[in-house]
Design a binder for this molecule. Structure first.
Ligand SMILES: O=C(O)CCC(=O)C(=O)O
Length: 183
């Protein structure tokens, strides 16, 4: 395995890291909202994951790898979504948001996002910092995600590179925006 040096801006096609994407007041409003959300557990390959999720727009049903309609995004997430759409200049709407709650020790294993979603995915971080790892073949990049930062997985970063979140030291939330073709 070739470990590339830790870097905020690895040279990976379609990957973008944006520090301070969210202001401190915006983060406070989001954390307050997350405190009221009905997070649910997810079962992956027969195991209950330590992280929990709350979906808006569409719910991703992990067991059958399909989608179902969910509650509309609350105003705090709608405002965040407008900024995310400006960031990527994507023409199709980011009509799904998953809020993920990572208690200490929780992470997410190597994966590609489900092919049912569009070509660009944006993640926004709240609460504690986390480490995002990107892997292609035997090359691994490690990116420290500061609270209030955003990252974009497009191009090869989305379709070819695997990603994972290392277990977090203290509580982190992320909001992941995705596009789901509805026509
Ligand atoms: O928490 C994150 O930033 C990553 C989330 C993720 O990879 C996923 O939900 O598939």
């Amino acid at each position: 395995m070739h470990d590339a040096p830790d870097e905020q801006f690895p040279d990976v096609n379609g990957f973008k890291y944006i520090p301070s994407f969210v202001s401190e007041p915006e983060e406070r409003a989001a954390l307050e909202l997350f405190g009221t959300m009905p997070f649910r557990s997810i079962r992956m390959r027969g195991q209950i994951a330590r992280r929990t999720v709350c979906c808006f727009g569409f719910d991703y049903v992990y067991t059958r790898r399909g989608v179902a309609p969910a509650e509309p995004m609350p105003p705090v997430l709608m405002r965040l979504r407008e900024r995310v759409e400006a960031l990527t200049a994507e023409t199709s709407e980011f009509n799904q948001a998953i809020v993920t709650s990572y208690p200490p020790g929780a992470g997410i294993n190597w994966h590609h996002d489900a092919p049912v979603f569009g070509p660009t995915i944006v993640g926004v971080s709240f609460g504690s910092a986390a480490r995002l790892l990107l892997k292609l073949g035997d090359v691994v990049h490690r990116v420290d995600l500061a609270p209030r930062s955003a990252y974009v997985l497009g191009g090869a970063a989305r379709s070819e590179w695997f990603h994972r979140i290392a277990p977090v030291a203290s509580h982190r939330y992320s909001v992941t925006f995705r596009q789901l073709p509805t026509a």
